[in-house]
Design a protein around this ligand. Structure first.
Ligand SMILES: [Cu+2]
Length: 464
């Protein structure tokens, strides 16, 4: 799982080591720990320092630290990484310590924290500690509070983690590029009292958006709204791990949004309350029940609920095009259009061309079509009853009776107790009704020779 590499080997690191030799404490740069897998790693139980209840980062991990004279020292390395977005597709991203998003940083309220940031990118960077109260000079805004960290240089950030809560980190340097390339990570400051708002399972993930053309590996960094990959922690369904939960556990899910649009995150089978934002904990009297919470750009939400209902429950963004993977969206709607006649003509030119979408797009979920290299089917992932018809920002919460504390292994698909599964009615009754047709449907079709008005709207209207 976690691999350690000697930071002082490799061509890019040489300049760093020589630059540091001239300074006191040069030999004391903490080791940079690297992750080579995109699967969910078990929680990191704190080996030293004050106790806390660790989080589980969905398809991610927590960065180990070194305790030095009472200070928690971390080493982040900003670098190009190859992230597996889902099995069958990889992307050239920029991230930290081998992955994008970077590792989760977990500390305790009142901890003094020192973070070494080494830049192995081809351009300067910085790290902004989103939501934290800290000295102005540690805020990581290139040009305003510090010079950029040039390639091969290491900067040190140091502050006391004053306020408990959920935070994020990301560059404040060429940020449209660097965030489009995946530079972001989660930061949790646990409360000093580790029984405060204690939960049994505490998950976190960041919402991400990428624009990667099928057949290519690098995101288009100038895209503002028209992204084609929507991710939880830079993974698209079915590559997103399930949230494995023991029945009746008290569960917290922390979600941060560093994309360029809002995401209404929707949960099935349970209602929850929003207990935390980037501004801190929500007082109990100010909470209300929800099944969807909209997470705006640059925001974080912590939601909590008792997982009382066993089953495989969906957890997804409710913008339906955010539960799809890369494919052209600029296609006409063909529902109700009889394509048989035109198919005959197309097949003379393109043998094997298939009619699509005349009854909706659900058929696409199970269709095995040849895909270009390095892309994902638009809707994919199959469940115990067939194609799920989802991609992108979608996963499941697998709530099971009797799971041991700390057991996050995928328990497989839910076994429905007798009498609790929707079923087909087969015992007769009224005849199948005629399909409904608009009263003037016939008049709307063009007759031979009749001119059909083509309306073209100006520009792209893809405001996500
Ligand atoms: Cu969304």
């Amino acid at each position: 799982m976690v691999s350690r590499r000697n930071f002082f080997t490799g061509a890019g690191a040489v300049a760093v080591s020589t630059a540091l030799v001239s300074r006191a404490g040069a030999a004391s740069l903490p080791e940079a720990v690297v992750m080579d897998k995109a699967s969910t790693q078990p929680p990191l139980n704190p080996p030293n320092g004050r106790p806390y209840n660790p989080v589980v980062t969905l398809n991610g991990w927590t960065l180990p630290w070194r305790m030095k004279d009472g200070v928690k020292e971390f080493h982040l390395v900003a670098e190009p990484v190859v992230r597996e977005i889902a099995p069958g597709m990889k992307a050239n991203l920029w991230g930290y310590n081998g992955q994008s998003p970077g590792p989760t940083i977990e500390v305790v309220e009142g901890d003094r924290v020192r973070i070494f940031v080494t830049n192995k990118l081809p351009e300067h960077t910085s790290v902004h500690w989103h939501g934290q109260r800290l000295p102005n000079g540690m805020d990581g805004v290139t040009g305003l509070t510090q010079p950029g960290i040039d390639p091969s240089k290491t900067f040190v950030y140091e502050f006391v983690a004053k306020r408990p809560g959920t935070f994020m980190y990301h560059p404040h340097a060429d940020e449209m590029t660097q965030m489009a390339m995946g530079m972001m990570g989660f930061w949790i400051t646990h409360p000093k009292d580790h029984n405060f708002m204690r939960v049994d399972r505490d998950f976190c993930f960041l919402l991400g958006a990428y624009d990667i053309d099928p057949g290519s590996y690098t995101p288009k960094v100038n895209t503002m709204l028209d992204f084609n990959l929507w991710t939880f922690n830079s993974r698209a369904f079915p590559g997103i791990d399930p949230l494995v939960i023991a029945q009746n556990d008290k569960v917290r899910i922390r979600v941060g949004n560093l994309t360029m649009t809002n995401h209404p995150i929707h949960m099935h089978g349970h209602e929850f309350v929003v207990t935390g934002t980037d501004g801190g904990w929500v007082p109990p009297a100010a909470r209300w029940p929800e099944v969807t919470t909209d997470i705006a750009v640059g925001q974080m939400r912590a939601i909590e609920f008792i997982a009382s209902e066993a089953g495989d429950w969906s957890l997804h963004c409710h913008k339906s095009h955010h539960t799809m993977n890369a494919m052209g969206h600029d296609v006409p709607t063909l529902i109700g259009v009889d394509q048989r006649e035109v198919l005959g003509k197309i097949n003379k030119l393109v043998p094997g061309y298939m009619v699509m979408g005349d009854k909706g797009m659900a058929g696409m979920a199970e269709m095995e079509m040849p895909l270009p290299d390095n892309t994902l089917p638009m809707m994919t992932g199959s469940g115990p009853f067939g194609g799920i018809g989802m991609g992108g920002m979608f996963t499941t919460m697998k709530v099971r009776k009797g799971l041991a504390r700390g057991d996050y292994k995928d328990p497989g698909w839910y076994q429905h107790p007798p009498g609790t599964l929707a079923y087909e009615w087969k015992e007769g009754g009224i005849a199948r009704p005629e399909p409904v047709r608009a009263p003037d449907a016939g008049r709307m079709a063009a007759k031979p020779g009749e001119q059909v008005l083509q309306v073209t709207k100006p520009g792209k209207n893809h405001a996500h």
